[in-house]
Design a protein around this ligand. Sequence first.
Ligand code: GTP
Ligand code: MG
Length: 444
Amino acid sequence: MTAPGPAAELVAEHCRKLFGLLGQAAEPVLRDIVAQCGQPLRVLLVGDVSTGKSTLLNALLSASLAETAFEETTSRVTWYYGPHLGTLRLPDASHRAVAAGFPLADRIVLGDTPGLNTPSENPRETLRMMAGGDLAGAAAAYVCVLGGTEVSGLWEEHLEGLAALSAGPFDLVGNMVLVVPKIDMVDDDIGDIECRAREKIPLTFRFAGVNQLMAAAVRTGAVDRRTVAVLDALRALPSFGSWPPESWAEVWEELSGPFSDADLTAFKDSVGAPDRLPELVRTTAGMDHPSAVAAVFERMSGLAHLEAVLADLAEDADLFTTTAVLLRMRRLAVGLLDAPAARVRSAIAGVTSSEPYQDLWPRAGARLIRHTSVGDGLDPDDQETALRLLSGHGCPPAEAAAALTRWSAREADPFADSRTRHLARLVQDAALRALAEPGTEETL
Ligand SMILES: Nc1nc2c(ncn2[C@@H]2O[C@H](COP(=O)(O)OP(=O)(O)OP(=O)(O)O)[C@@H](O)[C@H]2O)c(=O)[nH]1
Ligand SMILES: [Mg+2]
C-alpha cells in the first residue's frame, strides 16, 4: 500500500485542476496537497527537547539515521521515507528527506522534528506543522512524545489544537498517539499513567509507553554476544539479590572481567536507567543466544505496540489524509480573494459530496466503535458484527438481519445522541447492502 486511497486521490484530482488558477502564493500549498494525497500516511513525531524522539525514530527505522544526544539536537524537520517512493516532495523547502527502508515504509512516511520547549529558533519549524501553523495538516497523524508521565498544561493545549485541526467525520480524532518515553525511568504503572491521561484529556488518542534505548538497540542489531556476556556477569554478582542498584557506577565498580569501557557504555546505552536491570537480568537467565535476549529487549521496549498502532492508523490513511488535506484547502480558501476562494470551496464541495468521501464515514464509524465510548455499551458479538459490516467485509445474512433490527432500535431510541443515531444509520445501510448481495435471499 502506498497512496492513501480513493478519497485522497479525488482531492488531488480537484487540486490539480486548480494549478495556475489561485495565484503564486497558493501554488506551493496546492502542490504539496497533491503530493500528500499520493504519499503514505504522513506521521509526525513531536515533543519536547531530549525526550528521545530521534532515538524512537531510529528504532522505528531499524537504523541509526537520526542524530541523538542529551542536548538540543534535531534542528530541522526531516522526513524518512521508503526508497520505492522515488523522490519525496516535501511540505516546505526547509525540510529534509532521507530515504530508508524500514518495516512500515510501505504504509507511513515518518517526520522527526526539533523539540518544542527551548528558547532557540528551532521549535518554530515544528510549530508551523501544529495547529495554527502555516503547514498545519501537512502531517495527518502525530506521535506526541510527552515530557514525563503527566500531560502538562502546555501539552493539553497542543493536543486540543491538533484535535481541532484533525476532526474528520463524526469529529472523530483518532490520529494522535501519546507516548510516555523512557519507561526505564518511570516508577508508575503505565496503565495508571494512561488512565490519568484519559481523565485529563477527553479526546480520542492511542497510548504507548516505550523504552526507546532498548527499542533502538534491538532494532539496530546492538543486542549481541557482548550483551549476553555482560548479562551473565551481572547475574553472577553477589549484590544481584539486593538490587536494583542506585547507579551504573555502582554496578561497574563490582563488575570485573573482560569488559572494556566501550562494552559497558554500549550496554548502558542499550538499557537506559538501571532500575529495570533486575527484571532484565532475571528474565534472560539461561539465554545464551543473542536472539533470545533480543526478544526480551523487544518485549521490554514496548515498541511493537506503538508499531501496531501506527500500522492500524495507516489502514485508514485515506480517512486521515483526506481530513488533513481538506483542512489545508479550507485554510487556503480563507487566505484568498473571493473568486479563487470560491474555486477552492467548490473543489471541497466536489470532494465532500462524492462517493469516495461518503465511504469514509463507515471507516470513521468503525473507529468510533473501537476507540471511543460509543462502543462501550455493545456486547462483543454486536460490536464485531457492526465492525465487519462497516468495513465491508461481508457478514452472514442471519447476522446482518439481526444487526439491522438492533441498530434500527438504537436509531429510534429517544435518548440516543445524534452521533450514535448517525452511526446506527450507517450500520443499517451496511446491513442492507450485505442482505442485498446475490444469493442472500435463499439462505435467509
Ligand atoms: N534512559 C533513557 N534515555 C533515553 C531513552 N531514549 C533516549 N534517551 C536519551 O535521551 C537523550 C535525548 O535523546 P534524543 O533522541 O536525541 O532526543 P530528542 O527528543 O530527539 O531531542 P531533540 O532532537 O534535541 O529535540 C539521549 O541522551 C538519549 O540517549 C530511553 O528510553 N531511556
Ligand atoms: Mg531529535
